[in-house]
Design a protein around this ligand. Sequence first.
Ligand SMILES: Nc1nc2c(ncn2[C@@H]2O[C@H](COP(=O)(O)OP(=O)(O)OP(=O)(O)O)[C@@H](O)[C@H]2O)c(=O)[nH]1
Length: 667
Amino acid sequence: MGLYRASKTLKQHKHTLSAILRFNQTQHHKLLLNPARSFCSHPRQNSNREKDNIDLTQYPPERIRNFSIIAHIDHGKSTLADRLLELTGTIRRGHGQPQYLDKLQVERERGITVKAQTATMFYKHKFNAPGINEDNESSSVLINLIDTPGHVDFSYEVSRSLAACQGALLVVDAAQGVQAQTVANFYLAFESNLTIIPVINKIDQPTADPDRVKAQLKSMFDLEPSDALLTSAKTGVGLEHVLPAVIERIPAPPGVISSSLRMLLLDSYYDEYKGVICHVAVVDGALRKGDKISSAGFGQSYEVLDVGIMHPELTPTGVLLTGQVGYIVTGMRSTKEARIGDTLYHSKSTVEPLPGFKPAKHMVFSGLYPADGSDFEALNHAIERLTCNDASVSVTKESSTALGLGFRCGFLGLLHMDVFHQRLEQEYGAHVISTVPTVPYIFEYSDGSKVEVQNPAALLSNPKKQVTASWEPTVLATIIIPSEYVGPVITLCSERRGQQLEYTFIDSQRVLMKYRLPLREIVVDFYNELKSITSGYASFDYDDSEYQQSDLVKLDILLNGQPVDAMTTIVHKLKAQRLGRDLVEKLKKFIDRQMFEIIIQAAIGSKVVARETISAMRKNVLAKCYGGDITRKKKLLEKQKEGKKRMKRVGSVDIPQEAFHELLKVS
Ligand SMILES: Nc1nc2c(ncn2[C@@H]2O[C@H](COP(=O)(O)OP(=O)(O)OP(=O)(O)O)[C@@H](O)[C@H]2O)c(=O)[nH]1
């Protein structure tokens, strides 16, 4: 049968291998690309009338396959997904939209998937698959494909998607071979007990070496070389074997048709016209339009107003049956009611709730403030709407003396933060200043109390209540590199206070290293640094780990003696002076000369660790207009006013917005 269930011994390696993120040059450029292009962000209603008549009752569980595509970033998941949708006629070939399932504008601009997407396909086959044996006649099988993100920040999306699947295609680039996130995703699928089908993709590349990749898959995951499919999602070679393998190797969903309805809520988003749309997987029983359902977690009851599948747009079917994945529209007013991982069931029945998902863990916190203070309500609205479509962000209100009213947001990682920021600007037209990202530290005070500090400015400087101990979060990082780069990578990790835990050759040319690193040290600039010292060949992933005791201090930035709360950071004592110097130098470059002298200082408590001075400017802008032309004077005053709008005033010093953005890159 060739099922790819990896052997138990692999579990022992679990803790030596987690994984994610490759930082090659291409990806870096993709992340920086920014052509303005606008696409709709969510599935629309299917206008094709033929598709409206799909009869799902013809698809009992044995004629259903649910699978996910998982891979390291850029190994070709979305391209492969598109080709499979074309092959089954779900979308038209050459429909002109790149990466059909990457629907968000930010996904298309950056060439990355940030949101898992589901699409239902119908495929005729003649294979002797378990449960489908109809005298060699072609039978139609309903296949749900879930495309998942590749970046470490979005691995939460991957684990959620896997809950609705019985199998996964583990896609590996034929030239790059196994990368850090291949390892992470393999273990996510393995621990979810999924059937894993290895797909070695991009075999059209001149540097492709499928045999080497097969050997890696065998040695690292115990996957049989003969079971690997060889494909090129670009040229189409080998694609005809993918869906037959899915049908033959992946088991049918295990639910019970005759049981009471149990649905797993996979995801939700807000649609302007329909309200909240929930993506669901029917685990047991059946759901029909008009049914009354309740949520186990939220305790509310709703009427099902619309139900259907994503084919690939929203396609009403009137029912969803055991093993099927689709969408429902109920009277939910806010996505806060649609708790991801919740169990939905018929209101009159009593059911055992499904296990659900672990809540998302916030790794990075940052303050988000309106660039113009009067836009607070608009930003509030934009954040509320966006969190409807990205429930993994935590939001609480906060205020800053420098920036006014704003929000403290928790993100899954730095890219997640960046993407959220970009979506606020692109999808809601919000202009936002973000403060230096920080990680959640724990501080103990002399009265024995312990607090988690998500905002450095909130750390007390109270002489009556001294800090007695502090802890910082750490990660278990996995780095895979060609062996010639081992030296520089070891140096980088020790500069970042890392502790080496493992060093293994995965084949004759590649090394896997495992480090414990403080999360703070990888939040800013670690990726870029790692990428640049390995010519883009390193791949990197991390799993969150325990807190470690650490000598932490609060580093304040002062302008003419006044602290700028939005620029405060928490840092390891040994690094405070260097960071203070970098921050002060950076600010000097970005703050313009003003009518008076400006002293910029970095300080730990009352001890100044770095200082720069910007000397006073003698004349104002109008002094350049030697009398005369009044319109010219007006223009200059207007320009000055415009410039001021983009400034934040701290005491008497005007700080341009760019200064805040630039500080993100230093700390
Ligand atoms: N030569 C070649 N290029 C491919 C093939 N499949 C995908 N690509 C290219 O590889 C790049 C990445 O492909 P994607 O499908 O976006 O990769 P992904 O794994 O979905 O990426 P993330 O969603 O960001 O993790 C794109 O430029 C594709 O055109 C292939 O078979 N051969």
